[in-house]
Design a protein around this ligand. Sequence first.
Ligand code: PMV
Length: 349
Amino acid sequence: MSQCRAPPNIALIKYWGKSDDLINAPHNDSLSLTLDTNVLCSTCMVQPSSTDEDLFYLNDQPSPISSRLSRQLLHIRQKTGNSQSLLIKSSNNFPTAAGLASSASGYAAMAGALTHFLCPSLDPDHCSILARLGSGSASRSIHGGLVRWSSSHPFSALQVLPAEQLESLRVLVLVFSGEEKEIGSSQGMKITAETCASFKTRKERAHNRLEKMIDSFKSQNWASVFELTMNDSDDLHQMCRDSTPSINYLSSSSIKLINSVQRINSLFNTICGYTFDAGPNGFVIFHKENINVVVDEISKDFPDLNSYYHLINDYEAKSSVTETEHTEIINVYYSSIGDGLTCNHYQTK
Ligand code: PMV
């Protein structure tokens, strides 16, 4: 039996739009930070099925095999010539489909476990291609650290910087909603590509930002990394709003968080950046030495952050922790930058 764990990743330069829907080929290059599997993770286990059919369990519930998983299965079977039926069990330790990239970690873990079980000698690049067939952004979760996913054939995701060079970076995730989004990212991308005027120049905008961002990471110009991160998140959400029908993934809490981060940055010289995927939940990126300032300021706007201080392990709470009613924040995650996919093989009796 093979078991793999994969983290979500958070895109700083977003993937939005496909040049080929069938293989999730991206319209533009994207750049992401891989989160820590100890905080957020999907686990997938693959072993031989006891019947002659493939069986799939999601979070311990028997579930139909999605078209994305079928695509992965077809691909790995063609590649390996191995057609044995499989029992596949996948689970997440965080809510699915809530802008928290559960599809990225989920399909990365599945790609890892399928590859590891059927063909352990395949290289991580191939695993990343298999992950992409499940969900585009999953291709980035195979690798740790800072990862670039290319929009040129063969659409590989490759590591730009390893996690150990990003040791002091942290991502604070504020979950405002655990509900499934009404318009999934694939549908949102299609609507934007077809109807939003500024999508026509999106590829160039993303490319320019991405090149500047890689330079900024390498020269440790963090203010620039945070600015570019916020610009690209704003770009994505502006394109969504300018689509027909107009799509709004952000909530009033997301807007409030944007304002908090802007206030922190004007008081303390751009020490953090926000970013939002296709959902209202906020990701704030900063260096751990600034944790007290960042959390104290955000808590002024979100008093219920108080009751999550124990989860933010670098934070030294100055005020006494009061149990506040949870009005806005339904969960908090605090992650360093992680190493990507990990796999184990076990002998079953
Ligand atoms: O991989 P998908 O289909 O879940 O799309 C992800 C899209 C964004 O999260 C909004 C951006 C990104 O690059 O992760």
